[in-house]
Design a protein around this ligand. Structure first.
Ligand code: FAD
Ligand code: UDP
Length: 388
């Protein structure tokens, strides 16, 4: 009855289900273990009627026109450019740390010297990862790098990951480079914004299709059996001849046979206040103070007008399967090696497609997942042909 099974109704699974259903007319069964669609991008209205992101703040931003155009089929946009302030020695300064931040924390002449040296060394509008800035030969830039490292990166990274920036894959702290600019925005991508009616509405629009059936509250193992020796897949005890698109964690898929893939998890604490807005900007980062990493006030993001407001505090923690959620893959050589061992187990099974932040063990933003899903559809699924 079904041509494709998709496990997981996040962006990876929903984009593929939507493309298959609308472009090939084939039948798709989406199986989702949570009681809702949308994966970690799910949003909903809280008791006070405020639109919140249940799995932490999600801001859409991309350089890829194709991804923006695709998503724009399912939503219109609120023009929103995310801004973040970091609490440093009692002052709130722009993050990524930039020229405005320098002038806020250093006296005039020192700030001017640092600004000039940064521009002369790297150029205006350039982004420099903190670990690269730390390698500077110049004494002043070295001093600046140590300052930013200590005040912005060290405490935050220890809280978020339990390890220092040096112990992490450099691409992780490289996501928030020192920015030689006076642009206070968190992202400079040409396309950014928030979906006008929220993220969940996008998923509803994608999945509402006569060729798609969604099963919620179902772990795929309740209805699917896979024989990894023969490649045979059974759905409800019947042999399934189509393709399985899997967007969950790969260690779980293979029953943890080589051990658990490490992830970082989070605990979210939502708080409501009877006032219009309580923060200056969407997110405040707390590199050194408190035991949470950041606090986001949703109404800045969504521009919702209401007399109360809701914030979320993020507390990082170890991931324990069955107890909390695997939010962040921890990228390093040994974890990549373990992931590859799992991947090798399914490499020759051409009826299984792995995609998404969990199944690929990649620190993907939403746009990367959507781009990947569109590519897989164009290259692997569309050539198999449409229904006559
Ligand atoms: P997911 O959204 O995780 O979807 C996977 C789905 O599979 C889930 O619904 C899960 O329940 C389901 N599933 C798993 N196992 C099974 C199973 N055994 N049976 C059935 N179903 C299963 N990206 C941005 O671009 N901007 C941001 O601002 C941003 N902020 C973020 C903040 C946080 C705190 C986090 C954690 C992520 C953030 N992201 C952000 C990243 C974004 O969430 C991901 O890129 C995106 O959600 C990945 O989509 P996905 O479909 O790969 O995974
Ligand atoms: N980071 C930091 N201080 C900050 C912001 C970011 O140390 O004020 C580091 C930290 O290691 C974090 C990483 O940069 O995990 C990536 O930050 P980003 O805001 O991209 O994280 P995400 O939004 O994915 O949680």
């Amino acid at each position: 009855m079904f041509d494709y099974i998709v496990v997981g109704a996040g962006f990876a699974g929903s984009v593929l289900a939507e493309r298959i259903a609308s472009q090939t007319q084939r039948k798709v069964l989406v199986i989702e273990k949570r009681n809702h669609i949308g994966g970690n991008a799910f949003d909903s209205f809280d008791q006070k009627g405020i639109l919140i992101h249940n799995y932490g703040p999600h801001i859409f931003h991309t350089k890829m026109e194709k991804v923006w155009d695709y998503l724009s089929k399912f939503t219109s946009w609120i023009n929103y450019h995310h801004e973040v302030l970091g609490l440093i020695d009692g002052q709130k300064v722009p993050i990524p740390f930039n020229i405005n931040s320098i002038h806020q924390v250093f006296p005039g002449t020192i700030a001017e010297t640092l600004e000039k040296k940064l521009i002369n060394t790297f150029g205006y509008n350039k982004k420099v990862p903190i670990l690269k800035l730390k390698e500077s030969d110049d004494e002043d830039l070295k001093f600046l790098a140590e300052y930013i490292y200590d005040k912005v990166f060290l405490g935050y990274t220890l809280k978020q990951w339990g390890i220092t920036p040096e112990e992490l894959d450099p691409s992780v702290t490289g996501r928030v480079p020192v920015y030689i600019s006076k642009d206070n925005r968190y992202f400079q991508d040409p396309y950014q914004g928030m979906p006008k009616e929220g993220y969940t509405k996008i998923f509803e629009n994608m999945l509402f299709n006569k060729n798609i059936k969604v099963m919620l509250n179902t772990d795929y193992k309740e209805v699917i059996k896979i024989d990894f020796d023969t490649g045979e897949i059974k759905l409800f005890n019947n042999i399934f001849k189509g393709k399985l698109i899997y967007t969950g964690a790969l260690d779980y898929f293979l029953d943890y046979k080589y051990g658990k893939l490490p992830y970082r998890s989070l605990q979210f604490l939502f708080e409501q206040f009877d006032s219009d807005l309580i923060q200056e900007v969407g997110t405040i980062n707390y590199p050194s103070d408190y035991n949470y990493t950041r606090v986001t006030e949703f109404k800045h993001l969504t521009r919702q007008v209401a007399s109360s407001t809701t914030i979320v505090k993020e507390f990082s923690q170890d991931y324990v399967p069955g107890k909390n959620e695997p939010y962040y893959p921890i990228k390093n050589d040994s974890n990549q090696e373990l992931y590859r061992k799992y991947k090798d187990e399914v490499r020759n099974m051409n009826n299984i497609i792995l995609i998404g932040r969990l199944a690929e063990y990649q620190y993907y933003d939403m746009d990367m997942v959507i781009a990947k899903a569109l590519k897989i559809f164009d290259e692997k699924i569309l050539p198999e042909g449409k229904m006559e």
